[in-house]
Design a protein around this ligand. Structure first.
Ligand code: PEP
Ligand code: MG
Length: 554
């Protein structure tokens, strides 16, 4: 048959070449399956199956940490929801066979979640996964999920439920290939944090050839089906050369001519901080504090927050830590902040706007941060998410300074804030660009929408133009401009961002070496040239090609 090239979206860099296996698919159920015992007997079986699935999720949560553990705990909670049992009972009473009754009950809830869109629609994947597991238990069949062949393989799936991505770290998976999913999907973010090469949004995986290996490039999104021995050899050599090149660079980030570019890490929990502390970085560029409280029904107390922030700051003694105040709402709802129902939560009360509805929550957090800062003597910087106007920036800066915080900034993730960055900077010490939301709001695309991934691309010239405005405003004010969205982990984009005036880049830990190496290979003049050609290009593809022609492929 020979080699064939198919394409997807590269979301986690690196090259993997291995046999491929499909993710264990869900079992089909039918209303025509034989009906079991009485409604009560079958309901008891369903409750036992759901309890078993919940226990299994909880046990897996105990074996992993950080975001993965939180996702699994949330899945366990969903499996214990009495609403599922009630909906199944209704289906059983209507005469449905047991496994199909469970399937229908879960689908009913999934439909409702999908109708809500955004974050809620994403939860349907988790719920469907729990339903599939429960059905497998009831039918006595093997669990759907990640295969365990005992040799390294590339996992191919439609998309992965968070409960499954959470187990990737413990598996034989060396690369990921999915037909759906976007650059900010769970699959993409977890793959990146595990350093697993991943290509998502690749519609042609049905062309994969049984028993033939696959070569995927998580930077370019290229997938070669049945690669020739020559290409496989070249890929192995390339991977070894890349590893050697990455290992050669260490220490503070800089361009070839010595222009400093701080290289920082993104964290979301105390556990992340403990893992990232020993890593060769200049500190933390984004601490997503809301990640510690996802799924919590009660607000964290002042003391609880002081304790968490103190532990985090201690891990980075002598280094900078940029803490973001709670960015709740929209795709990250916090149960203890009840915002009611909004038609368009991504355009509603989220980020700093929460502070107007729950001022005490913001005040408590700022006080806790100031106390933790005093206790540790850390280089603590604090910034607000989703700031739209200079007045909001001024209001936040005043509150933070009254609380005793000294370095105060804002995220630039709304086009309005980028356009008026110099006004914002008159009140602030620094800004940090959140390219995930900036892309979402610039091109008016839901960041969870895999099918529209090309419009969420930070290489979109309009997004680059906005970053350029922020960079210029920072340079004019003599104040730092960071990037802490996923764009900061793209080694080819790094010189462009620096050329646009960005002074620090913050990313997941595994992304650091490639970005450090890419920067150390270009001088600042080349970075500026790369920025010019990227902004002059008509679309992301042309921008990438024009930049590669100047700086080479990272
Ligand atoms: C961003 O929007 O780029 C960002 C860093 O914030 P988050 O992904 O947490 O919304
Ligand atoms: Mg954001």
């Amino acid at each position: 048959m020979g080699e064939q090239l198919i394409r997807g979206l590269g979301v986690s860099p690196g090259v993997a070449c291995a046999p491929w296996l499909r993710f264990g698919s869900q079992l089909a159920t039918s209303p025509l399956d034989p009906v079991g015992g009485s409604v009560d007997e079958e309901l008891a079986r369903v409750k036992a199956a759901l309890g078993g699935v919940a226990d299994e999720m909880q046990a897996r949560a105990g074996r992993v940490s950080g975001v993965a553990a939180e996702i699994l705990s949330m899945s366990a909670t969903m499996a214990r929801d009495p609403g599922i049992v009630a909906a199944t009972e209704k289906q059983l009473a209507d005469g449905m066979p047991t496994a199909h009754a469970v399937h229908l009950a879960f689908e009913g809830f999934c439909d409702k979640l999908e109708a809500l869109g955004g974050y809620m629609a994403e939860r349907a994947t988790d719920l469907r996964d729990i339903g599939g597991r429960t059905v497998a238990v009831l039918l006595g069949e093997p669990m759907p999920g990640i295969p365990e062949p005992g040799y390294p393989f590339i996992l191919v799936a439609r998309d992965l439920a968070p409960a499954d991505t959470a187990m990737l770290g413990d598996s034989d998976v060396v690369g990921l290939l999915t037909t759906e999913g976007g650059p900010t999907s769970h699959t993409a973010i977890l793959a990146k944090s595990l350093g697993l090469p991943a290509v998502v949004n690749c519609p042609d995986t049905d062309r994969l050839v049984e028993d033939a290996p696959v070569l995927l490039d998580g930077s370019t999104g290229d997938v070669v089906i049945d690669p020739s021995p020559l290409r496989q050899k070249a890929a192995v050599e390339q991977a070894a050369a890349d590893a050697a090149r990455l290992a050669a660079a260490s220490g503070p980030g800089h361009t070839a001519d010595g222009t400093p570019v701080q290289l920082l890490v993104n964290i979301g929990t105390v556990d992340d901080a403990e893992k990232a502390g020993p890593v060769d970085s200049e500190g933390v560029g984004l601490f997503r504090t809301e990640f510690m409280y996802l799924g919590k029904a009660t607000a964290p107390s002042l003391d609880e927050q002081i304790a968490s922030y103190t532990t985090v700051l201690e891990q980075f003694a002598g280094r900078k830590v940029v803490v973001r105040t709670l960015d709740a709402g929209s795709d990250k709802p916090l149960p203890f902040l009840d915002l009611g129902t909004e038609e368009n939560p991504a355009l509603g009360v989220r980020g700093l706007r929460i502070g107007t509805v729950f001022p005490d929550t913001l005040a408590t957090q700022l006080t806790a941060l100031a106390r933790a800062g005093e206790a540790t003597g850390a280089e603590l910087w604090v910034m607000a998410p989703m700031v739209a106007t200079a007045d909001e920036a001024a209001g936040f800066a005043a509150l933070a300074r009254e609380s005793g915080l000294r370095k105060v900034g804002a995220m630039i993730e709304i086009p309005a804030a980028a356009l008026r960055a110099s006004d914002l900077l008159t009140h602030l010490d620094f800004v940090s660009i959140g390219t995930n939301d900036l892309s979402q709001y610039t091109c008016a695309v839901d960041r969870m929408a895999g099918g529209l991934a090309h419009l969420l691309d930070p290489w979109q010239p309009a997004v680059l133009d906005l970053i350029a405005m922020v960079g210029a405003a920072g340079a004019a004010a003599g104040k730092p401009v960071g990037v802490c969205g996923e764009a900061a982990s793209d080694p080819t984009l790094a010189p462009v961002l620096v050329g646009l005036g960005v002074t620090s880049l913050s990313m997941s830990v595994p992304a650091l070496p490639a970005v450090r190496a890419a920067l150390s290979a270009v001088d600042i003049e080349k970075c500026r040239d790369a920025a010019d050609v990227a902004c002059a290009a008509r679309n992301p593809q042309l921008a990438r090609e024009a930049v590669a022609a100047i700086v080479g492929r990272a």
